[in-house]
Design a binder for this molecule. Sequence first.
Ligand SMILES: [Zn+2]
Ligand SMILES: [Zn+2]
Length: 342
Amino acid sequence: MDAIDALNETAFWLERELADSFKVQAFRRAAGIIAELSQEDLAARLKDGRLKRTKGIGSRTYEVISQAVDGRVPDYLENLRRRGAEPLANGGRKLNAELRGDLHSHSNWSDGGSPIDVMADAARILGREYIALTDHSPNLTIANGLSPERLMEQLTVVDGINERYGQEPGFRLLTGIEVDILEGGGLDQSEDLLGQLDVVVASVHSKLRSEKGPMTRRMLAAIENPHTNVLGHCTGRLVKGSRGTRPPSEFDPREVFASCAEHSVAVEINSRPERQDPPDELIQIALDAGCLFSIDSDAHAPGQLDFLQYGAERAEVNGVPAERIVTTWPLARLLEWLQSKQ
Ligand SMILES: [Zn+2]
Ligand SMILES: [Zn+2]
């Protein structure tokens, strides 16, 4: 087995089962280190013990590399694969099988951990027909949000990746953004650029503790913006995880979801285990309001693209029909819906 593939695949499965990111990164870093070496050089360094002493190569990564170079699937990876064959979530399997795409993901251009093509490749491994790359907007400086210039540069990179995939059709990387809904309700990117993107996910990331009235008005303004396609993690709550917990923000859900239905903005069911957003009672209100939904991973690393299973489980428990979930739609129908907004 190729040692670089073995290390990257190990990282992928670890991420999927929510391992600590330092552990995941150790495998990716080791992959980067040996990618610099020729096959012969790697074999020689294994043989004379230099590899073991290399900075960035630990005992586990060393074991994976040496077993792969021996021509077999490393034990550690074999175990991870076995665990990975088990579904992540207990419910939602039928709906999960109907999901074709994902409209919310991040690369290392903002606060994700991996290059764009690594994310896209992982999405293809998982059988997606499309995913949208939605890195953060300028206002989110802590997440290295993209300036207009960097976003324009990213569009050409995405074009290049799609061109490469064009040889074997069946997958498309959609351009996009997770744009901050600013305090006044405006979207944090130029109108012109928003109009060029396939997918605009609008999310609140600041002043989450605002009062109900101003928060409702802020969200309504974003939903009415003709560029908005998806309302991202609408309450901003955190229910568990390393960042601690955070209560849902307060807004009038009837007004907000009625506006989503009116303006054909899909309500995101954010699949991240620490978010589980919107809460069940809000999904019901959105259902009653006639909203469309988008089950998204909000993946910040390749292994997290499989989080859709959690979102599918929640959608199924809440009785959301597949037909109302835009990410079950074939690409052509999805594009028609997206383009009807611009
Ligand atoms: Zn977000
Ligand atoms: Zn996000």
